[in-house]
Design a protein around this ligand. Structure first.
Ligand code: F3S
Length: 391
């Protein structure tokens, strides 16, 4: 791998241990994937921030890095942590809170923004064709496919190293030739709602392996629908992006795979594991809700009440919640909780006695049985809210 004189000096330790160890991580990664050089990035996004998913071992590395003066060299954001400051933190024990806050403190010392969201693109949208080093898989697919930015699916340590160096190795989808579609997906059914977009993503992730698809036949979809598709695609597969059909893209020679209504239905059935439809928690906001989603939920809940004993979480970022304060208040007046900084998957739902989760997110429905030991009910937003609301 070619390194500039400056990069070589960093690699040899001239700029301190933190810089050196980060250069070593990036060069090792680059060598593994035959990168030829490092490319400058405009932002880094680190996952594995929740103590629930991180555990104890990596914290020592974080502490060492921040003690050695490691500092983010580009805009650097963080994925959700294990709880929010208002609602869930009061329900969890002091030891968990202390350990989680220590993780945040280390990141803060290194100059990471306390964004605590899996949708960093709602805070600041990356420019088309800009290189990024993002580690949240749903955000990676969204950035590549919807926003036209360029990022591999980083692991927590490589995103952290990229944030500190401000560069990433140029392999994978940082190269134009690796962004080309390899297979045509012919959608032969009309998707009805955001949940079905997630079900499509879940199905595609399972059949595509690492082949980038171009999808034909998606009509009238919103960016939120594509967010669901990408999040589910990344959870079951290795693909980091998809293309939507466009007249300028030649696809005649690609293998074609037809997706029918029965494929979507089977995905939904597989993602609903609960034997009866009595959820302990109704969870919306995986990935974190956009402004539009919060407004839509507020409209659907306005003047209505959550049934007594029902627990409803609407998860988003602090940034979005602040922008739609009035709508968030309407949702909370109805009896639901608009929760920031975390989500049902990365908090300790088991400790809260939650055994069945109803959600409109195929990604949550895929992970909850293992990460939350919970049964799942996958249903569209409208059905989730109607289950929660009186009348
Ligand atoms: Fe975000 Fe949690 Fe889903 S981190 S993508 S809401 S699993």
């Amino acid at each position: 791998m070619y390194l500039t004189r400056e990069e070589e000096r960093g690699y040899e330790g001239e700029f301190g241990w933190a810089n050196k160890i980060c250069m070593k991580i990036l060069v090792r990664l680059g060598e593994l994937f035959d990168a030829t050089k490092l490319v400058p990035i405009s932002s880094a996004h680190v996952s594995g921030v929740s103590y629930k998913t991180l555990g104890d071992a990596p914290v020592e590395f974080l502490e060492a890095l921040s003690a050695a003066g490691g500092k983010a060299n580009v805009r650097a954001t963080l994925n959700p942590q294990g709880f929010d400051a208002e609602y869930l933190s009061q329900k969890l024990d002091a030891d968990l809170r202390r350990k989680q806050l220590n993780i945040l403190k280390q990141f803060e010392k290194m100059g990471f923004k306390q964004s605590l969201t899996c949708t960093p693109y709602y805070l600041e949208e990356p420019l088309k064709d800009s290189h990024l080093a993002w580690a949240e898989s749903s955000a990676v697919v969204y950035a590549n496919s919807v926003l036209g930015a360029w990022t591999n699916r980083e692991g927590g340590p490589s995103a952290l190293a990229a944030a500190i160096i401000g560069k990433t190795p140029d392999y994978g989808v940082h190269k134009p030739e690796n962004r080309q579609p390899k297979v045509s997906i012919m959608l032969e059914t009309l998707l009805q709602n955001e949940m079905e977009f997630g079900a499509l993503g879940n199905y595609l992730g399972r059949i595509l392996e690492d082949r980038i698809p171009i999808i034909h036949g998606l009509k009238g979809c919103s960016r939120e629908d594509l967010k669901q598709l990408g999040a589910a695609l990344a959870s079951t597969g290795m693909v980091n992006m998809f293309h939507l059909h466009s007249a300028s893209m030649r696809t005649e020679k690609l293998e074609k795979i037809a997706i029918e209504d029965k494929d979507i239905k089977r995905s939904i059935e597989n993602l609903s594991t609960a034997s009866e439809s009595k959820p302990d928690l109704i969870f919306i906001g995986c990935p974190h809700c956009s402004l539009n989603e919060i407004k839509e939920i507020a409209r659907m809940m306005d003047g209505r009440k959550i049934k007594s004993g029902k627990e409803v979480w609407i998860c988003t970022s602090r940034f979005v919640k602040e922008k739609v304060k009035n709508d968030a208040q309407k949702i909370e007046k109805a009896g639901a909780h608009v929760i920031t900084d975390t989500c049902a998957v990365v908090t300790w739902t088991e400790k809260l006695g939650i055994k069945t989760i109803m959600t409109n997110s195929a990604k949550t429905a895929y992970y909850a049985p293992t990460l939350n030991k919970a049964e799942t009910i996958l249903a569209p937003l409208k059905e989730c809210l109607n289950t929660a609301l009186e009348g």
